[in-house]
Design a protein around this ligand. Structure first.
Ligand SMILES: *[C@@H]1O[C@H](CO)[C@@H](O)[C@H](O)[C@H]1NC(C)=O
Ligand SMILES: *[C@@H]1O[C@H](CO)[C@@H](O)[C@H](O)[C@H]1NC(C)=O
Ligand SMILES: *[C@@H]1O[C@H](CO)[C@@H](O)[C@H](O)[C@H]1NC(C)=O
Length: 616
């Protein structure tokens, strides 16, 4: 147990005992103290987030029981730091408490995790998280008046319940992001409940932070998925690319030291350790703010904010301006005589520095594109350094980089043209069909979600001035989601291959995929087209959702159908819905019509036959 005595005050490392390097600057000490206090003060939220993210099925009452236990634990440790339990990792204490809750491990089927200890236990709980939250009901929507009534009667419980509901549906979002969302939610309730037009107020205020949660969640999941599949090296590369673009002024050496803190933060956040995550993030932000002058001119205001807003503000701040004296190219990597010697001396650092120099000069490129270029460079050196005259070989590197970028640009241009030509709906159907053909093993829910996300990516990015980076980044995030976050998913051989072979070239790998050959369509008796009782009540969004599901299910049934045939089936389906919802018995009408109008002839015979046998 580390204890730090300082003139003036003594810091008790409640929740902070883990791997803490001694702070040396007054500013750092202050930040550590503030973070510690923040964690203590937010033990309720932190416990709720961790528990709801680990055991998504748990009820709010069960979460409250754990909150009580953790508050008692905090108070015991604040009173007497020498107790043995106070020197444990906070996350371990939390998991211990979860495992100790009577009947819970059996009820929610996580006993196998409780039988493990330490690292193994943490990992088991992490693997247990479910990315697909279809088993939970949709986020409850209360009437605004009712919402405000509840809020006014019991603020604390209302906010706790909110963060619980959001956390269990977003099991991979980093805790500081959820804490920011909670803070914004509270502000919103505070403001809107005073207004006449409550519903309007909630709607307009909620939209931005729902978008914010979605965007960060998607990014965080992608990075964690990459870390799991490709290890710390890829995390390092992603962060070099992102930070060098954002802070083109930073020196490589300083970047390297910042990256150490960032890696530690991601270890905590991706591993599900909420306390480690908050502390890690806070350390990164202190690091950045304490060296502002040499990092960025765009974060002054952010650094004046408190946690957790400070971090979110920095993440969302604009890219700093490139230094005036930055040459268009770094000669060291393509024009020097001794590139190969330098590489051989320390390949990892050499390539990291290349990525840094390239990224800070190219704010217009996406993260995957920068990683592709780094990959191209690495391959090129491997080849050139084995040749007779390496400098002759690598002098054309720049041309190769440009070719790589042009190839990616073409893909994006094509995608955006597609968007302009088809419009939102048809574009979505295109991606639904395409994704389902590639990965028919995924659930209908997941496929409809992913297809929609692809459409949203293009609708958001095409026509923006940063079109390329925006499309390439966002489309890649969707693939990241498909490839999985906390597990090495096994979907089918070709998809698995694209997911695990090369992070940077994932998108072009998927581009080349055709319909999965290993897939055996479901027999049509599986009830894919049973009449949903609420079909005729469905309007707008809900009807849209049903159409999306219909399309995905149709592809699952008949993967060989062309997009044209699918589109005409979808039109038929829409007509049938209109017609049957006006009929006496919508259900019978629907079954009849689906058989006759929508499903292609071969299918029809099969289905009718089967129906007859069932009827007999
Ligand atoms: C419980 O978890 C184990 C281990 O992950 C799994 O094999 C089993 O199918 C699960 N049982 C239920 C009912 O979900
Ligand atoms: C996933 O696969 C990678 C590489 O094949 C491996 O290093 C990693 O440990 C695996 N992760 C899990 C959770 O199985
Ligand atoms: C590569 O592209 C950049 C930007 O379009 C251009 O300035 C540069 O001259 C190109 N280099 C080569 C070798 O083609």
């Amino acid at each position: 147990m580390k204890q730090l005595k300082l003139t003036g005050f003594v810091i008790f490392f409640f929740f902070l005992t883990e791997s803490l390097t001694l702070p040396t600057k007054p500013q750092d000490i202050d930040d550590v103290r503030i973070t510690k206090k923040f964690i203590e003060d937010n033990v309720v939220y932190i416990t709720i987030i961790a528990f709801a993210q680990y055991i998504q099925e748990a009820s709010f009452e069960e979460v409250e029981m754990l909150v009580k236990a953790m508050k008692e634990y905090r108070d015991r440790c604040l009173a007497d730091m020498t107790l043995p339990e106070c020197s444990k990792l906070a996350n371990d204490v939390l998991l211990e408490n979860i495992c100790a809750m009577e009947g819970l491990p059996q009820k929610y089927n996580f006993s196998h995790c409780c039988h493990k200890v330490d690292f193994e236990r943490r990992l088991c709980f992490l693997h247990n998280k479910k990315a697909e939250v279809g088993f939970l009901p949709p986020l409850p929507t209360l009437d605004p008046e009712e919402k405000c009534q509840t809020y006014k009667t019991n603020k604390e419980s209302f906010l706790n319940n909110y963060i619980y509901e959001v956390s269990r549906r977003n099991p991979f979002v980093f805790a500081p992001t959820l804490l920011t969302v909670a803070a914004r939610f509270e502000e919103m309730a505070e403001t809107c409940c005073e207004e006449q037009e409550k519903a309007n107020c909630f709607r307009s205020k909620a939209e931005p932070f729902i978008q914010y949660l979605k965007a960060l969640s998607s990014y965080q999941k992608n990075v964690c998925g990459a870390l799991l599949k490709f290890g710390p090296q890829i995390l390092q590369s992603i962060n070099i690319a992102v930070l060098s673009q954002k802070f083109p002024k930073i020196e490589f050496k300083q970047l390297t030291s910042l990256l150490e803190d960032i890696s530690s933060k991601y270890d905590g956040c991706c591993g599900g350790d909420v306390v480690h995550c908050i502390r890690g993030r806070s350390k990164v932000m202190s690091h950045i703010c304490s060296k502002q002058d040499s990092i960025s001119s765009k974060i002054k205001e952010c650094c004046e904010k408190k946690i957790p807003e400070r971090g979110e503000c920095i993440i969302y701040s604009n890219k700093d301006d490139r230094p005036n004296d930055l040459s268009p190219r770094e000669a060291k990597f393509t024009e020097s005589e001794n590139v190969c010697e330098e590489r051989d001396a320390d390949p990892e650092t050499f390539l990291a520095e290349f990525l840094y120099e390239y990224s800070r000069r190219h704010p217009e490129l996406s993260t995957p594109e920068l990683l592709r270029i780094a990959g191209v460079y690495e391959d090129l050196l491997r080849e050139c350094c084995n040749s007779q005259t390496p400098p002759d070989c690598y002098k054309d590197a720049e041309k190769k980089f440009n070719e790589t970028t042009e190839k990616s640009l073409k893909i994006v241009q094509r995608e955006c043209e597609h968007f302009q030509n088809l419009g939102k709906d048809d574009l979505k159907y295109h991606y639904l069909a395409r994704l389902t053909k590639i990965a028919p093993q995924l659930s209908t829910d997941e496929l409809t979600f992913l297809g929609k996300e692809m459409m949203i990516a293009l609708a958001t990015c095409c026509t923006l001035s940063e079109e390329f980076a925006c499309v390439d980044n966002l489309m890649d995030l969707v693939l990241g989601e498909l490839c999985g976050i906390n597990k090495n998913r096994s979907i089918n051989p070709t998809v698995d291959h694209c997911c695990k072979t090369n992070f940077a070239f994932r998108r072009s790998c998927f581009e080349g995929l055709e319909a999965d050959k290993t897939y055996v369509p479901l027999p049509p008796s599986q009830g894919l087209f049973t009449f949903p009782p609420d079909l005729c009540q469905a309007h707008n969004e809900e009807l849209q959702r049903k159409k999306d599901r219909f399309l995905v299910n149709l592809v699952k049934l008949k993967p060989e159908l062309t997009e044209e045939a699918l589109r005409s089936s979808l039109i038929e389906f829409t007509n049938v819905v209109v017609k049957c919802c006006q009929a006496e018995g919508p259900e019978a009408c629907f079954e009849e019509e689906v058989l006759l109008a929508i499903l292609p002839p071969i299918q029809l015979v099969f289905l009718v036959k089967q129906k007859k046998t069932q009827l007999l």
